[in-house]
Design a protein around this ligand. Structure first.
Ligand SMILES: [Zn+2]
Length: 71
């Protein structure tokens, strides 16, 4: 049996966005494309991270690697 690459295991967490089937928790529980799109909407003033956090759509940012690893 071929050894499973560690990246496969680490990326087994799915993106939180409904309908998005990409795997990988890039930031705030979203995959990289979804995070970047959301970040753009926040920048444009369409919504805020605080609002999205309250709705449970995104996670709070993890300040340190240790916090992220233990979350
Ligand atoms: Zn996504």
């Amino acid at each position: 049996m071929r050894p499973v690459r560690e990246t496969t295991v680490a990326c087994s967490v799915g993106c939180r966005k409904a309908g998005c089937h990409r795997v990988g928790d890039h930031a705030r529980g979203l995959c990289e494309p979804c995070y970047k799109m959301t970040q753009q909407y926040v920048k444009d003033g369409v919504t805020t991270w605080t609002k999205l956090e309250r709705q449970g759509k995104v996670l709070q940012p993890k300040a340190t690697l240790k916090e992220w690893l233990l979350s």
